[in-house]
Write a protein that binds this ligand. Structure first.
Ligand code: AMP
Ligand code: GLY
Length: 428
């Protein structure tokens, strides 16, 4: 088979690595890819939003399967574009990708189909939002309706902060038109868990659980980022939580989308909060998580191409997902200053230390080749260093050991990925 991946981050590197393990795949392309992805795929210089060129390339190369990684192209109809040209593609169509692309849509869906989530109201005008905030209980959560790189969520502890938030989202338009409409939501507390799943329109198969660390600094301080590190599995995702979510969240979501005439094929990523009154959905994503994918796929035993094809063909009920009985930790090596201002273009040394090291992976999130062929930093998140271990503790120790193998200018990381677990005394 010839396979094309659309995307160029750490998530796509993990997907590319996993696809490259499949004996079915003879040629793998990635558009645009990055300097790490270039090790397992041929990178093609086409942007993720340039559907015309992507479709033309897939046609010319007689691509057998396309996998679309990021949210923006999915929300804008990349899958529809490939399908219209008769090319097999894995991912949700535009009318289903709305599950992530509009928070108002997903909240309304959950309400209509009794899927547990936080209470909320939707607002199209800042005046109405401000009036509502006069009497709403604090703290409270403000969410831009549209896609905002995971940064369009404001947790406000006071009324003043919340009003300021309305201004930021709706008047100053910090996230552009994503903030034309906002959702104001009840503040919940509890452990967060990420659960990824494969969906073929009617059947859903759950992958192993993971947890992200979204804040930039140790101890969950600092700004929200795309994710500074992950671990899998989450010890908080118990059999009881799993059983509850299978009954009240996972299949009901797939059935709800089908009932709405928005059949979902692809990945549904459930962002869950384990509250005192049970698991609730914080958000849906219509794609693999980044960096959740970097800890989930290295533990997956299946040939991922079989699973992608089963989703496209509607035969997922015949697939049994299997995961290794171990743990993985991914520590993101970022450019100091991320998610705000940071410099790029520093040479990355030591990448070859990972060659031939079983259970250790370096997934590139933001890297490129300079004119001399050196690999240099090219983003806020630069590398995702992942390691496996028999326990989470062992995986964490291995991952942190491997973070020392690579060096680049302004290298920055959190030192407590997966560590919160020790503090609450869960046996790893
Ligand atoms: P989201 O993009 O909707 O997942 O929100 C980003 C982050 O904001 C989540 O991972 C949570 O940490 C936090 N968050 C979102 N919604 C709520 C809520 N209703 N209550 C408390 N925290 C929330
Ligand atoms: N790591 C969170 C996300 O991919 O949305």
């Amino acid at each position: 088979m010839k396979v094309l991946i659309v995307g160029g981050g750490g998530r796509e590197h993990a997907i590319a690595w996993k696809i490259s393990q499949s004996p079915k795949v003879e040629k793998l392309y990635c558009a645009p890819g990055n300097a790490g992805i270039a090790k397992v795929a041929e990178c093609v210089d086409i942007g993720v939003m340039d559907f015309e060129k992507l479709v033309a390339f897939a046609g010319e190369q007689a691509i057998d399967l396309v996998v679309v990684g990021p949210d923006d192209p999915l929300a804008a109809g990349a899958v529809d574009a490939f399908e219209n040209a008769g090319i097999r593609v894995f991912g949700p169509r535009k009318n289903a990708a709305i599950l992530e692309a509009s928070k108002a849509f997903s909240k309304d869906l959950m309400k209509k189909y009794n899927i547990p989530s936080a209470a909320y109201e939707t607002f199209d005008s800042p005046e109405a939002a401000l009036a509502y905030l006069e009497t709403a209980p604090m703290p409270i959560v403000l969410k831009a309706d549209g896609l905002a790189l995971g940064k369009g969520v404001l947790i406000c502890s006071t009324r003043e902060e919340a009003k300021e938030g309305v201004k930021t989202l709706m008047l100053d338009k910090q996230f552009g038109s994503a903030g034309d409409r906002i959702v104001i939501e009840e503040f919940m507390t509890g452990r967060e868990v990420s659960v990824l799943s494969f969906v073929d329109g009617k059947t859903i198969k759950i992958m192993t659980s993971a947890q992200d660390h979204k804040r930039a600094k140790d101890g969950d301080q600092g700004l929200n980022t795309g994710g500074m590190g992950t671990f899998s599995p989450s010890p908080f995702y118990t059999d009881e939580v799993d059983a509850f979510c299978r009954k009240y969240v996972y299949q009901p979501t797939v059935d709800a989308m089908k009932a709405e005439g928005r059949e979902f094929k692809g990945i549904i990523f459930f962002g869950l909060m384990l509250t005192e009154s049970g698991p609730k959905v914080l958000e849906y994503n219509a794609r693999f998580g980044d960096p959740e994918t970097q800890v989930v796929l290295p533990r997956m035993k299946n040939d991922i191409v079989d699973v992608f094809e089963a989703c496209v063909d509607g035969t997922l009920d015949q697939i049994e997902l299997e995961f290794e009985d171990n743990a993985a930790v991914c520590v993101v090596l970022a450019s100091d200053g991320y998610p705000e201002h940071y410099d790029k273009g520093y040479k990355i040394d030591g990448l070859d230390r990972f060659d031939g090291q079983d259970g250790y992976y370096v997934f590139h999130a933001g890297s490129r080749f300079d004119k001399d062929g050196n690999i240099v930093t090219n983003g806020g998140r630069v590398l995702g260093v992942t390691a496996k271990g028999n326990t989470l503790k062992e995986a964490r120790e291995n991952a942190y050991k491997a973070t020392e193998w690579v060096e680049f200018g302004n290298k920055y990381m959190r030192h407590d990925i997966g560590k919160a677990i020790d503090e609450v005394g869960v046996v790893m």
